[in-house]
Design a protein around this ligand. Structure first.
Ligand code: AMP
Length: 285
């Protein structure tokens, strides 16, 4: 296995964050290359999922997917070593950079669609596409990361047995029937577009944003939008099932909102592919 290396090749220098499995560090590889090192907490039951993520990452290579460099999985603590993305998660980046203009935001969305189109072509699904799982490098370069839930699929639809999933980002068929496909990733991409345009705003805002939602839904009264104020995560699904969709944000161009609405078509077959989303985003902006 050309990826397997010794722990001693790495010096962990700074903690970058906390992941699903353990901590993530900035490190130095062989004293020269800066890398990100994802570590697995020792003695957890997550070992199998961590190793699955590493195994899957070995098969993926695309400029818009965070690149695997090496692994240490022969002895604990296990490491997954990837390229370092100096500006961290897209969610934090959006919240800290109020000044990002629309052209840059749409370009970021296009880069993500490009990474996802690669997964689509190669029959992989991500299953946890959200701004928190996109990483940012220099010059607003973004890449898809966090393959903890990603799967290679033989059938078009993957039936998951896991109960844990991010409701606000999930397509109804994924949330309710556990049927994941590249088209349920497309739904999540639509939610991710709202995070990007809203500069890190939480999807389906809760009680604090109630007044804003009310005014937005009143504007949309002619389109029969429900008036919803202050709802929590588990209440969202029944509304979405009945046809409620996040309203258009003030900063969101009509053409982009049309793209989002298509991502949220109740019938997965009617949703665009990532290949189509890619050219639509490239063409429009
Ligand atoms: P994750 O386990 O992938 O969700 O990582 C947790 C956090 O660690 C992320 O939200 C980032 O802030 C940071 N992080 C993970 N991978 C990298 C990377 N390759 N480069 C820079 N920061 C990273």
């Amino acid at each position: 296995d050309k990826y397997e290396v010794e722990h001693s090749e790495f010096k962990l220098e700074k903690k970058l964050g906390e992941g699903n499995f353990g901590q993530v560090f900035e490190g130095l590889w062989n004293g020269t290359t800066k890398v990100a090192v994802k570590t697995l907490k020792q003695g957890t039951s997550e070992q199998e999922s961590f190793l699955k993520e590493a195994k899957l990452m070995k098969k993926l290579r695309h400029p818009k997917l965070v690149q695997l460099y090496a692994v240490c999985t022969r002895s604990e603590p296990f490491y997954i070593v990837t390229e370092l993305m100096c500006n961290g998660s897209l969610l934090d980046y959006l919240r800290d950079h109020e000044d990002l203009n629309q052209l840059i935001l749409i370009d970021m969305a296009t880069q993500i669609a490009s990474g996802m189109a690669y997964l689509e072509t190669n029959n992989y699904i991500h299953r946890d596409l959200a701004a928190r799982n996109i990483l940012v490098g220099k010059n607003n370069c973004v890449k898809v990361a966090d393959f903890g839930l990603a799967r290679a699929i033989k059938e078009e639809i993957y039936e998951s047995t896991s109960k844990k999933f991010p409701i606000k980002w999930s397509a109804p068929e994924a949330a309710l029937q556990k049927k994941f496909s590249i088209k349920s990733d497309v739904w999540s991409f639509g939610i991710l577009l709202t995070e990007i345009i809203g500069k890190g705003r939480e999807p389906y805002p809760g009680i604090l944003d109630g007044a804003k939602i009310q005014s937005l839904t009143q504007q949309n009264a002619s389109s029969n939008t429900n008036i919803l104020t202050g709802w929590d995560t588990k209440e969202i699904l029944p509304h979405v099932e009945r046809g409620y969709r996040m309203p258009q944000l003030p900063d969101c161009p009509d053409s982009l909102y049309a793209i989002m609405k298509n991502c949220w078509d109740a019938d997965p077959k009617n949703r665009n592919s990532f290949e189509t989303l890619l050219w639509k985003l490239e063409d429009a902006y």
